[in-house]
Design a protein around this ligand. Structure first.
Ligand code: T3D
Length: 258
């Protein structure tokens, strides 16, 4: 059975981490498979939105700790360079919006991969744990970049040092995730948000992500200039023409993602 399931349906690519008996702990082969599937989503014009989720009761428990050799030091630099950082870079450059549907516990790299997605939702029984300090590591997968920007430096520091388990409800309240849904509506809400994303003007969404990302290091002047350049690009898409035409014709727009 594949460690990552992949399905494209109605313009939405569903990527499902699939080692449920190990709470979808990430092996090297799984990380490489995830990269391949994100690349397929990037290149396939049929895909207008991506959903990342997990099989079974967990979203992802982070690095598979059984892959650490007991008799020698792991090659962290190689693992991060080859397994993890490419996933985070892909999530931030892929030309499709990515919804992370956190269906259960998200720990370590699992939590931070979720936070690198564009929109993060979770089922009410899910939880987030920055598990790294508990095993003597530091948070990776961009967690030290994303978490303080989402919830502030103080809370991020505490969560990362103490390794507290945060419920989905708490995560929503502190701004770590977009929304938390009850069990009975989680799957339908996931499909609904993914469907909305898949019908929006894809190029504008991806430029929006890039603009937000760059805002964290830009000055206001640089950001105003970037918005001008990105608006020029968005304004030259077919979807912009369609959006305005549909508005003037008083009908819903039919965006093509072009
Ligand atoms: O360069 C590099 O490679 C470094 C990168 C590091 C990135 C990281 O992600 S470091 C952090 C790694 N993750 C963790 O430390 C979390 C470890 N897991 C846990 O703390 C707990 O399992 C959870 C809090 C996530 C869930 O607890 P619970 O009680 O619901 O489940 P459990 O009983 O602990 O786990 C169920 C099974 O999954 C169990 O297997 P078994 O005994 O039934 O055969 C457990 O060993 C396995 N499992 C859970 N997490 C991992 C794992 N197996 C391997 N690796 C795991 N991360």
């Amino acid at each position: 059975m594949s460690e990552v399931l992949f399905e494209i349906k109605d313009g939405i690519a569903y990527i499902t981490l699939n080692r449920p008996e190990k709470l979808n702990a990430i092996t090297r082969s799984m990380a490489l498979e995830l990269q391949d599937q994100l690349l397929v989503c990037d290149e396939n014009d049929q895909v207008r939105a991506v959903v990342l989720t997990g099989s079974g009761r967990a979203f992802c428990s982070g690095q598979d700790l059984t892959e650490f050799p007991p008799d020698r030091l792991p090659d962290f630099e190689k693992a991060i360079d080859e397994n993890y950082n490419p996933v985070i870079r892909l999530l931030k450059t892929i030309r499709k919006p990515v919804l992370c549907a956190v269906n259960g516990i998200a720990a370590g790299a699992g939590a931070n991969i979720a936070l690198a997605c564009d929109i993060v939702i979770a089922v009410s029984s899910a939880a987030f744990v920055q598990a790294f300090a508990k095993i003597g590591l530091i948070p990776d997968c961009g967690g030290t970049f994303f978490l303080p920007r989402l919830i502030g430096l103080q809370k991020a520091t505490a969560l990362m040092m103490l390794g507290d388990k945060i419920s989905a409800d708490q995560a929503e309240k502190m701004g770590m995730i977009y929304a938390c849904f009850e069990e009975n509506e989680f799957v339908s809400k996931t499909a609904q948000i993914a469907d909305t994303l898949a019908k929006l003007p894809t190029v504008a969404l991806v430029l929006t992500r890039k603009a937000l990302l760059e805002s964290s290091t830009n000055t206001l002047e640089e950001q105003l200039d970037l918005e001008k350049r990105f608006q020029h690009k968005a304004g030259h898409t077919k979807d912009f023409m369609e959006g305005v035409t549909a508005f003037l014709q008083k009908r819903p727009p039919l965006f093509s993602g072009k």
